[in-house]
Design a protein. Structure first.
Length: 105
């Protein structure tokens, strides 16, 4: 193989590895994007009207899922948090839980 062929082959491999790494976002990173796009961080940021997401790190996955999907049932009827039942896929719900369990970071 010529030097040019080796360089082009190496460049192609580097691009493929970079693309694969970019598309393999962690569940917590996906959850962070969802928390932003769904408005969670508006209330759960420091100084917001709800407890920061980091305060839920010790909660079980089931408890977090219930609070996200049906907050009135999980947190009480006075909560202002909207329900996300039917608005998130199972993968999105898992990603949000992973993000919360990572301390909301």
């Amino acid at each position: 193989m010529s030097m040019r062929g080796l360089i082009l082959s190496g460049l192609g491999l580097a691009l493929a590895v970079t693309a694969a790494a970019a598309s393999a976002a962690t569940p917590a990173a996906e959850g962070k994007a969802l928390a932003s796009s769904q408005g969670c961080v508006m209330c759960h940021a420091a100084g917001g009207m709800a407890k920061p997401l980091s305060s839920y790190v010790g909660d079980s996955d089931d408890r977090l899922e219930e609070a996200i999907l049906d907050p009135k049932k999980a947190l009480g009827p006075a909560t202002m948090m909207p329900p996300f039942q039917g608005k998130l896929s199972a993968a999105q719900l898992a990603a949000l839980v992973a993000y919360i369990k990572a301390g909301g970071r």
